[in-house]
Ligand binder design. Structure first.
Ligand code: ADP
Ligand code: NA
Length: 332
């Protein structure tokens, strides 16, 4: 049996959003001290699957590291590091490229979304991304993977790779990691379009709340968020056909650690003229201190580099022997 170990990551491909905070960072911090070891990775090799300006990537990685720590990930309690500093990820990804099947990759909806109609001209890395993600998790024998809804299919593919490897080589070497997708914010939606997820790569800045937004920007984006004109009902089940309203209530609930129904019980019968300012208030109260702590960390980039270097050494000490054993199992 494999001992429980939490692993997850975020791409340092731009400023992190409220979606990354509620769907990922806040939950990463909450796993600390609950028993299993917690390992969190800035997945810069994944970021390279779409063009990254080399002059900006290192700063974006530091900014993401600052966001992790500002959101409560403690680099002493957890291992916090940068993917490209630990060779095991790329090495195991190649080994998994030989295990994963083309047909599995062809079913990945995120590739189809990101490649769009131009799929002949995207990088091979974008296509192979899920095998690298499997390597990220399995290089640590990760068993618990807190992610947002959009990553569920990739964690399932990781399970398929682990199962096929174990079957083909007659071993139980790799665990079958579980995606942990919980709470009201598993899929925070765009503030401009209730059918799209909030993302750092959305061209519209008004669609998202960035962790670096100040109180005025947060309030203005929430005030302008697309909604309908109906008052709020008393229960979430009555919001089934109102995605924008549902999204704002889910965000409120995730910020205050309440259930969406508990939030609605207080706002029943009120319109967005009352709900939006209340939401702004809880968003600013939560994000304001995070933004300030991020600025404090970013004032000392050398210290961030030191923390990431230390994390990489600790990560390598776990991952290197696992990759060596994988190679031995495969006859290398
Ligand atoms: P992005 O999609 O913003 O580029 P990543 O792909 O780096 O972010 O995802 C990092 C983590 O944040 C993943 O666990 C992902 O599921 C989560 N996440 C990203 N966007 C959202 C969102 N809108 N709602 C909830 N979780 C999200
Ligand atoms: Na994503």
């Amino acid at each position: 049996a494999h001992k429980p170990r939490v692993f997850s990551g975020i791409q340092p491909s731009g400023g992190l959003t409220l979606g990354n905070y509620l769907g990922a960072l806040k939950r990463f911090a909450a796993f600390q001290g609950t028993g299993p070891e917690t390992i969190y990775c800035l997945v810069d090799l994944h970021a390279l699957t779409v063009w990254q300006d080399p002059a900006l990537l290192a700063d974006r990685t530091r900014e993401a590291a600052a966001a992790f720590m500002a959101a409560g990930v403690d680099p002493k309690q957890s291992i916090l590091f940068n993917q490209s500093q630990v060779p095991a990820h790329a090495e195991l990804a190649w080994l998994f490229n030989t295990v994963a099947r083309l047909g599995w990759m062809n079913r990945m909806t995120q590739f189809k979304d990101k490649a769009g109609k131009n799929s002949e001209n995207v990088s091979l890395g974008l296509y192979a991304y899920p095998a690298l993600m499997a390597a990220d998790i399995l290089a640590y024998h990760g068993t618990l993977v807190p992610v947002g809804e959009d990553q569920k299919q990739h964690v399932e593919l990781t399970r398929d790779i682990a199962a096929k490897f174990n079957h083909d080589y007659g071993t139980e070497f790799f665990p079958s990691p579980e995606p942990l997708i919980e709470g009201a914010a598993t899929r925070v939606m765009s503030l401009r379009d209730g059918s799209k997820k909030m993302s750092k790569s959305d061209p519209s800045d008004a669609s998202r709340i960035n962790l670096t937004d100040d109180a005025d920007a947060i309030s203005q984006k929430i005030r302008k968020a697309r909604t309908d004109a109906e008052p709020l009902p008393g229960r979430m089940s009555d919001l089934a056909a109102r995605p924008e309203a549902r999204n704002l209530v889910n965000i409120y609930a995730a910020l205050t650690d309440e259930t969406p129904d508990a939030v609605l019980a207080r706002f029943e019968g009120q319109g967005f003229g009352a709900f939006k300012p209340a939401l702004s208030e809880v968003a600013v109260a939560t994000l304001g201190p995070i933004t300030r702590r991020m600025q404090e960390y970013l004032a000392d980039p050398a210290e961030i580099d030191r923390i990431l270097g230390d994390g990489a050494m600790r990560a390598d000490a776990i991952a290197h022997p696992i990759v060596e054993e994988t190679k031995a199992i495969m006859g290398l």
